[in-house]
Structures are given as structure tokens and as C-alpha cells.
Write a protein that binds this ligand. Sequence first.
Ligand SMILES: Cc1cc2nc3c(=O)[nH]c(=O)nc-3n(C[C@H](O)[C@H](O)[C@H](O)COP(=O)(O)O)c2cc1C
Length: 195
Amino acid sequence: MSAPHLNDRSTPIRLLATRRSGKARDLIAPGPSADEQRQILEAATRVPDHGKLAPWRYVVIDDRDRLADTLQRLYRAQKPDSGRIELEALATAARQAPLLIAALSVPRPDSHIPVWEQQLSMGASIMALMLAAHALGYAGNWLTGPATTLADLPAEFGYPDARLAGFIHIGTASKPLDERPRPALADIVSRFGAV
Ligand SMILES: Cc1cc2nc3c(=O)[nH]c(=O)nc-3n(C[C@H](O)[C@H](O)[C@H](O)COP(=O)(O)O)c2cc1C
């Protein structure tokens, strides 16, 4: 996994400087072992979390056929005229990559910590999970797609009050990872200094 077309894992800062996602459809076996999965999920807990609320949940999808059936059933219920191609795309996505994890945002609205901050922690948690996967030499892909429109999906995972933050596909990249343009720092960073 140290080929130059993959993420550069030679040092932590090089990994951060070069990390990019794979495409779920290009992620093949081997995927993370049970111990690596534990490391990846533990990384997802080492994130800023105001109030120590742990407003994130992860569901490892072992049964892909069951997920495909579930997505199709919910999608059909929501859109009775859905076509074969849409439904097949949902099933295909459910079966991609050796490891698939659903990330669910479970903010506590009763907390004095704003929901917005709890949602930010969810994003940080997913990014830590992705970085851990990349640090272990795998590639990841954070996707939502049409599944985010399925309001009843979190309940199927056991979290009726949650919101799907994404499906995280993880596996071995079968193709060179694409680079994509990144914003120039001048466009996104400014200084608040002496006038
Ligand atoms: C919340 C969220 C949802 C996303 N959903 C999709 C998606 O459904 N389809 C897609 O092509 N990219 C989606 N992306 C974008 C990819 O995860 C990713 O940003 C892109 O492939 C390039 O990633 P990289 O900058 O890590 O290389 C999503 C990103 C985020 C943060």
C-alpha cells in the first residue's frame, strides 16, 4: 500500500497533506481485519466533543443483502414510481467495499451544548475514522447519496432519532486515487490582525 499513487503514509504530516478518498466502487478486498476495524472505530472516538456527549453512533454493516433490501424497500415506500435503475443503484452502493459503516448523528437537543456543535463533532469523528483507515493503508469514501432522504433508515439501524451522516466505505484501492483541486489557502484563510 505504499505505492506513490496512494496516500503517502511516510509521516503523519505527509498523510494529512496527501490524503484523498478512494471511490467506493474501486475498493476491493482485503478490507480491515477485526483488530484494524477496532482501531478505526476507536479513532472515531478521539475527537473534540463539547460536553462529552458522544453524539455519534456507528453501525458496521455485516449483511449487505439486508441493507440493499432495506434501502430499496424504504425508497420504494417514499417514491412508489421509482425505476429499476434507481433501485439497482441503491443495492449496488450497499454492496460496495469490503467494510461498510453507517455513521449516525445523535445530538441531544436537551443538552446545553448547541446541536450545531454536536453535529460538528460528528463530522470530526467521521474524519478521524477516515484518517485511521488511510493511516492503515486502506482508502475510504464518505457517501450519503439518496439514502439520506430515507427518514426511516436510522430506525432500521436501531436509532430512530438519529440522522444519517453517511456511509463510510473502506477497502483496498484497486486503482490510483484521484487527485482533485484543493482551494488555494489565500481563498480560505485570512488574518485578523492589527489595522
Ligand atoms: C457528508 C458528505 C456526504 C457526501 N456524499 C457524497 C455522495 O453521496 N456522493 C459523492 O460522490 N460524494 C460525496 N461526498 C464527497 C466525497 O466523500 C469526497 O469528498 C470526495 O470523493 C473527495 O474526497 P477527498 O477530498 O477525501 O479526496 C460526500 C462528502 C461529505 C462530507
